[in-house]
Design a protein around this ligand. Structure first.
Ligand SMILES: [Fe+2]
Ligand SMILES: [Fe+2]
Length: 183
């Protein structure tokens, strides 16, 4: 059986042998789903800020600011402690992860510029954050996750064990931030 193929649904002897690979592929897909939901939410609140009429701008701006602080930045920090740490240990991942950590720094700098801006300038920085994040998460989906799933030296399930509140839909912290919950 090809390691790169999805193997879930297969039972028997191969399940024990390839168990963590099958689980890893599923987990990688769940991370991709979470990235897609992050992009969709960021598109929604960024558009709301760009289109906010007079009197609604402050609320729309606060919503974007809060999402950066509660969702985007913790997601990046958690990755650096989990998936990035594991991929950075692999020879094929070392330079890729260095570059991706530098993108976290870039995205956080854009978030900082947003925080010090208002009006059309803030909306422009929010658009820059959206574009940077969209490109960034695509590289995680297409480069980092396949590297981890296909590496016999790494179990993504173990790497993610325990601390994945900001990387999966339905994680404890993700649930707190979902829907209309305020805190
Ligand atoms: Fe990232
Ligand atoms: Fe990510």
């Amino acid at each position: 059986m090809t390691p790169g193929k999805h193997e879930h649904g297969k039972a028997g002897a191969s399940a024990a042998e390839h168990g963590h690979h099958a689980g890893d592929a599923r987990l990688a897909d769940e991370i991709r789903v979470h990235h897609a939901s992050m992009v969709a939410e960021l598109e929604r609140i960024t558009a709301a800020l760009r289109e906010a009429g007079p009197g609604h701008e402050a609320t729309a701006r606060d919503q974007v600011q809060r999402w950066y602080a509660d969702v985007l930045v913790p997601h990046a920090d958690e990755e650096e402690a989990t998936t990035y740490a594991a991929a950075g240990e692999l020879a094929e991942g070392r330079l890729l992860i260095e570059g991706m950590v530098q993108e976290h720094v870039l995205i956080k700098r854009l978030v900082g510029h947003f925080g010090r801006s208002e009006g059309a300038t803030a909306a422009a920085y929010a658009t820059a954050v959206l574009e940077a994040f969209e490109s960034h998460q695509r590289k995680e989906n297409e480069l980092i996750l396949p590297l981890l799933v296909h590496s016999p030296a790494v179990s993504l399930t173990e790497v993610m064990g325990g601390g994945h509140g900001h990387q999966l839909d339905g994680g404890d912290k993700a649930a707190e931030h979902g829907g209309h919950a305020h805190h």
